[in-house]
Every structure is written in structure tokens, then in C-alpha cells.
Design a protein around this ligand. Sequence first.
Ligand SMILES: Cc1cc2nc3c(=O)[nH]c(=O)nc-3n(C[C@H](O)[C@H](O)[C@H](O)COP(=O)(O)OP(=O)(O)OC[C@H]3O[C@@H](n4cnc5c(N)ncnc54)[C@H](O)[C@@H]3O)c2cc1C
Length: 494
Amino acid sequence: MVASRSALSREEIVTRLQDILGSDQVETDAQALREASVDRFKKYTSAHGIFDGPIPTAIAYARSTADVAAILAFAQENLINIVPRTGRTATEGGLETIVEDSIVLDGSRMDAILEIDPVDMMVTAQCGVPLQVLEDTLRAQGLTTGHSPQSKPLAQMGGLVATRSIGQFSTLYGGIEDMVVGLEAVLPGGEVVRVKNVPRRAAGPDIRHIVIGNEGALCMITEVTVKVFRYQPENNRFLGYLVDSLPAGVAGLRQIIVAGYRPSVARAYSEEDAAQHFSHFADGRAVVVVVAEGPRGIADATAAGVEEIFADIPHEPVDPALVEAWFENLNWGQDKIDAEKREMLEKAHLGYTTEVSIDWSGVEQLFDSVMRRARTEFPRAADLTMLGAHSSHSYQTGTNLYFVYDYDIACEPREEITEYHQPLNAIVVEEALRLGGSMVHHHGIGKYRTPWTHEEHGSAYSLLRTLKDGLDPHGIMNRGTIYPLDDGDTGPRT
Ligand SMILES: Cc1cc2nc3c(=O)[nH]c(=O)nc-3n(C[C@H](O)[C@H](O)[C@H](O)COP(=O)(O)OP(=O)(O)OC[C@H]3O[C@@H](n4cnc5c(N)ncnc54)[C@H](O)[C@@H]3O)c2cc1C
């Protein structure tokens, strides 16, 4: 818990918020506030109704950029910690209100699609537009953003940009950082900044990237403009292979990428992970799945190139219809989150993930060393019911590894995080850093990977720190997120 630095009481903060927004935009219901104090990093304890951390003072629902500016000006003036949020699918503690008397600044009511431009191929949406709504609207017009994270039904545009999210079709369309054309954000004092929409420019450093991935620790994103592409699923080609191991599958992915092919999906699953995802056909083997899309000629040529590469890799082919069916059921909406909660409570069993990235040459060593350490050093290894990994996003120079671990919980619910999740997460992060990779591929640093922020960035950390000091000199934005709390993140540094 971090003490509030504000001279205002909780009651005074609520009253002032009601003055700014109107009472109907300020939530103070006790249960709503408890639930707003955590995110999915604490999904097990919260399912048990355990909310130990500081409970926020209020949830402030902004309806406009002007509302956001007014709240941030008020918060800065009174040194109140702000936790921005939109879709609430965060997994790394970014939404945790670890500072007493925080305000949760909710952008989900800013949910207008402002402009679809089918000539200049972009769409502008407010921060609270759910990606699913945006995609459904675009697809009805034959367009798509190309962004498809598994949380698409729930995640919203502000959070998706704030976390540097990435979707299932990333090998073709890239991560959100490749999609954002321009955006609007509000700085802590209330200043509104607009990064204009242009195809490219060389007007100094790319300032979009100061905002993309800031996790609410620098500013509140209010509007985003992203590229759109033609939506032509009728040309999609689905391919699948059973292979000998995850490294063998990743070697195949590498060949696809370095040969110059850009399927939208290129994934390889370890035997353990494949058994969970593809129980109806994996048969104890590692699995590779590929989707080629785009204009028919490109989709067909990509599929032919992938087939040619896999002709030289020992494999058994998978029926394309099975791969296609798997994709249709991949995304997570509220129904799956509710079902997961019921199962956690009934069975005292759950699963978490830690995603990192690594050069191609380090994949096998990273996979082996994490598997070995988790099985031999993790004190509760006997409770693991599944430990595996997949590669789901590939680049010219390397790929991500998404470690998945499921376990039976043989401790008090309150201790689950320290007994299971944190030690396993630490093994993955430590090994990725030791082998020269990144400790986080797409979920963000949140509040739980901050012990390694310095190591992640090395000598470049001073650049990151300068952004915090310059943009949030009073330290009101989502303290403890990205930047370690003991990093002088309590106000201006001298
Ligand atoms: C089942 C499931 C599947 C997932 N799959 C993927 C996946 O495939 N790819 C992927 O990248 N991620 C995935 N995630 C993680 C999560 O969905 C993403 O991080 C997503 O981008 C968060 O968006 P959100 O709108 O829910 O943001 P929130 O959860 O509301 O917030 C996330 C973070 O961004 C900050 N934030 C939110 N809104 C703003 C704003 N307007 N301005 C500034 N900061 C803001 C918050 O303070 C917090 O730190 C998954 C999560 C779940 C639960």
C-alpha cells in the first residue's frame, strides 16, 4: 500500500468529482470500488472476494476529452493518483489501485466511432470503443483493422493502445504500434495533445510511441486513429502440421518468415500446450498452425510457399477444417471469463501465462531452461497440471514465447499469487532476460514486472525515466506501473 499524498479526504474527492462530472458519472458503490481495485493478475483472490489493497475513492466515468482534462487537472493540483481504464482485461496489475484514495478514470463511456475513411484507409474511434464493435462495424463495410487479440470482445481502443497489444493476425498486420496512424491524449495537467494522422514523417522522433504502451503511467488516451484494410476472408487458407517439438515448429516458422512469406497467423505449440488447445488432433505431438490471407493470389502463393517449406520438415498434415474451426472459438468474451471463475472456485485450479520475446537463435534454450527450472526449482512443481509454451507472433529477427502454466492450488486463496503465480512468472522473466530477450512481449509491465524494468532497458532506462519526469512531474499517473515504486516515482526528481 502506498500512502495518499493528497490533502483532500475521500469525501472531498468524491464531492469535487461530482462537481466536475455530475453525480451520475461518479461511482462510489462499495462492491464496484472493491472490484476496481484489482485486475486479472488477481483473478483468483478476487473470485474469492478478497480485496486487500487500497480501495479507490471513486470511479470517474468521462464522457468527453474535456471531462478527462478536467479530472486530470484536478488530480494533479491535488496530488491524487489516477488509474486510467477502459476494457478492464489487464493481466499484469496495471489496474491495481495501490495508492490510497486513487481515482479510477474510466473511458468506457467515450464509445463513439468518429470517422471511417475508406479512401485514406483509416478509422478514428474514442478510447472506449470495444474492438469487437469496431471490427463488426468495419467488416459490414468490407474493411478490418487486422487487430485480433484474444480479448477482442472486451478490450477497448484506449487500453489496446496503452498496452502495445498484439493480435492473432500480427505476422501480416503487425502489433497495434504498426496500426496507429495518430491519436489524442490528455497529459496529467489537463493539456490535450493530438498526434496528427499522416502516412509517415521524418519530423523528429516518432511521438506516437511515447503514448503507445504508456499503460496509463504518462497520459490518458482519448482517441485513436488506426489503419484499415480490405476484409476478404473468402480467400483465407488454413494449414496445420504435427511436428516433433516446439523448437522444430519454431524452426519452420523462421523459415517461413525469412523466406519472405507473411501469413497472418504463424504459430507453433509445444506438446503440452498443444494437448490443451488441440486435444482432438494433436495426438501427443507439437502443432504448427498457419493462416494465409489477403488477395487470392497472395493467399494461395503464401500457402504454397508454406507447404513447400514444410515438405522438408518431418510432419503429419492436419485437416485444414480443424484449424479453421479452432480459430472460430479462440476469443474470450465475458462468458468464458465467468466460466473460468466458476471453475476456479469449484476446482481450486487455474492457469496463467507469461509472454516474452527472444531472437530465433535463443528459442530452444529459453524453452528448455524455463521448463527445467519450473520443474526442478519451483517448490510447488508437483501441483503443476500443465506447463508448456507456444510461439504466436514472429518477426524477421525472432519470435515470442508464451508460457502457459496450470496448477492445482494447495494453499489459502490469499497466498496463491505469492506461492504459484509470482515464482513461475519470475522464472520466465529471468530466463528471457538472461538470454538477451525481452521480459514482456505484449501484456505490458503492469505492476508485477517492475522489479525487472531497469534490467529490461539497461542504459536506455534514462530515456524512459525522462519521459515520466517530463510528462508526469507530479507523479499522479498510475504509480507503480512500468516504473518501480522505489524509483523516485513519487513526484519531481531533483
Ligand atoms: C482472456 C484474455 C486474452 C487476452 N489476449 C490478449 C492478446 O491476444 N493480445 C494482447 O495484446 N493482450 C491480450 N490480453 C491482455 C489485454 O486484453 C490487453 O492488454 C488489452 O490491450 C487491454 O485493453 P483494455 O481496454 O481491457 O485495457 P484495461 O484493462 O482497461 O487497461 C490496461 C492498461 O492500460 C491502461 N489504460 C487503459 N485505458 C487507457 C487509456 N485510455 N489511456 C491510458 N492508459 C489506459 C490501464 O491503466 C492499464 O494499465 C488478454 C487478456 C485477457 C483477459
